[in-house]
Design a protein around this ligand. Structure first.
Ligand SMILES: NC(=O)c1ccc[n+]([C@@H]2O[C@H](COP(=O)([O-])OP(=O)(O)OC[C@H]3O[C@@H](n4cnc5c(N)ncnc54)[C@H](O)[C@@H]3O)[C@@H](O)[C@H]2O)c1
Length: 423
């Protein structure tokens, strides 16, 4: 995206931005062909896709390392960073070779050098910042979960905005970085295990990662270097607390506990394999039995889909003895093992298992691969591995499970109004 390419329609910042918006409206054909052409020439710094980071904490550090590596490969480069806490903002800029610093994400989105935005803020900001980025004509890598548990309506708005504006959004569940899901999804659709009727999946580990979140300055206070109001966003206004600011994962106002932090990782592949839509009802259970925090440390969710399957999601933060992900069909089973995907069909005539089919993992869990896929999609305008349409529908049972747990109720999905209902 160079000012050095005289044939490029992107000479100055504002004309370049205008070009990107026009390209979006036209299905980004121009951008695609220009980027493809760039792949065949030697590229200067300004030709690379510019990445801006909103939120510069722990997770963003991993994303910055990936983009720094891509910079060496001539694929993309970090150009801007934004955070509400000055020490992290400055550290991020240093890590990103002096990337431009912004205190407000709206200002970063005005930067014409930013083509793709990486959103790695606390959950509550994902959807509003995603919508702002889409409206500013940017493509997006948005960390999971798509929204805070109480923002399901906003999740739908992100999907609509991306559709309306023709923007690509990769949602950061890195387990999705594997082509095998598409292949196995087709086999399931064609009936390799009959009708999928029951699924089990889980995420287990020992330890509360909220409490483990680093408090770099116990004396930190709101002021020019720490914007508490911006941290809160649309969360309830409460007095500043160092723990809320640095250890936000412990609190319902900013986080949803294991459902939106962890189960989202294991459920997304199952959701995509089965090409599910919204569940008809969800039961959420669990509790805070071990650690000193608001959000639960044990979490179980049952999501029933119309005409199946019934999906059982299990979590404990007390022990890492886990369960394998299994999709049971009327004529076979699919098991996601640590090595790959095992498909064991059952012959309906003999009722016996037939020879199993095995796909070795190829990138599952690889965040860099998820990024490469996004940058490819920026050129091709194809949907990425972890698309927004899936993330919205993955968010539904997770939000419903949390709401049901908190309210002691079953939560239903109203298919007519596309909204959640307590019963
Ligand atoms: N995919 C994964 O494996 C994975 C792993 C860890 C975290 N995450 C996700 O990444 C997100 C960030 O988690 P983290 O561990 O990096 O948290 P963190 O607290 O370390 O980082 C969040 C950063 O966002 C900044 N911030 C807060 N409000 C902001 C605002 N309005 N504008 C700009 N910056 C703001 C904070 O100051 C902080 O520096 C979470 O949603 C989490 O679920 C995903």
């Amino acid at each position: 995206m160079s000012s050095s390419h005289s044939s490029s329609p992107s000479g100055s910042g504002s004309s370049r931005r205008r070009f990107l918006r026009t390209a979006a409206a036209a299905g980004a054909v121009g951008l695609a062909s220009r980027l493809t052409a760039m792949g065949q020439e030697s590229r200067g710094a300004n030709d690379m896709i510019g990445v801006g980071f909103i939120g510069c904490g722990g997770r963003a550090g991993a994303h910055m390392s990936i983009i720094n590596q891509f910079h060496k490969e001539g694929i993309a480069r970090p150009v801007a960073v934004c955070d509400v806490y000055r020490p992290r903002l400055e550290a991020a800029s240093r890590k990103c070779g002096g990337a431009k610093m912004y205190n407000a994400h709206e200002e970063l989105l005005e930067d014409p050098n930013v083509d793709v935005v990486c959103i790695a803020t606390p959950d509550r900001h994902h959807a509003p910042q995603c919508i702002d980025a889409i409206n500013a004509g940017k493509d997006v890598y948005c960390e999971k979960p798509l929204t805070h548990w109480a923002q399901f309506e906003l999740a739908k708005r992100v999907e609509q905005a991306a559709k309306d504006k023709g923007r690509i959004v990769q949602v950061g569940t890195q387990y999705m970085a594997d082509e095998n899901y598409a292949k196995v999804g087709n086999m399931i659709k064609e009936g390799i295990i009959g009708k999928p009727v029951h699924c089990q999946l889980g995420y287990f580990r020992r330890g509360d990662w909220g409490e483990r979140m680093h408090v770099p300055d116990p004396n930190a206070k709101p002021g020019p270097d720490l914007n508490w109001k911006r941290f809160l966003g649309d969360a309830p206004e409460v007095p500043f607390s160092v723990s809320r600011f640095f250890q936000w994962r412990l609190y319902w106002d900013y986080a949803g506990g294991p459902a939106t932090d962890l189960l989202v990782h294991v459920f997304t592949p199952v959701f995509c394999l089965l090409r599910l839509d919204y569940p008809q009802r969800v039961l959420g259970g669990g509790g805070t039995f071990q650690y000193d925090r608001e959000v639960p440390d044990q979490c179980n969710i049952i999501a029933d889909y119309p005409d199946g399957p019934s999906v059982v999601m299990m979590n404990s933060l007390s022990n890492y003895t886990g369960i394998e992900t299994k999709i049971r069909g009327t004529h076979g089973i699919i098991i996601l093992t640590s090595r790959g995907i095992r498909i064991v069909p059952i012959d309906p005539k003999t009722n016996k298992e037939t020879e199993e089919i095995f796909f070795k993992w190829n990138g599952m869990g690889d965040t860099a691969k998820l990024w490469r896929n996004l940058l490819e999609c920026v050129k091709t305008r194809q949907q990425p591995f972890s698309p927004i349409s899936a993330a919205v529908r993955v968010q539904a049972p997770l939000s419903m499970g949390i709401i049901g747990h908190r309210e002691n109720k079953v939560v239903k999905f109203n298919f007519q109004t596309q909204s959640l209902e307590l019963s």
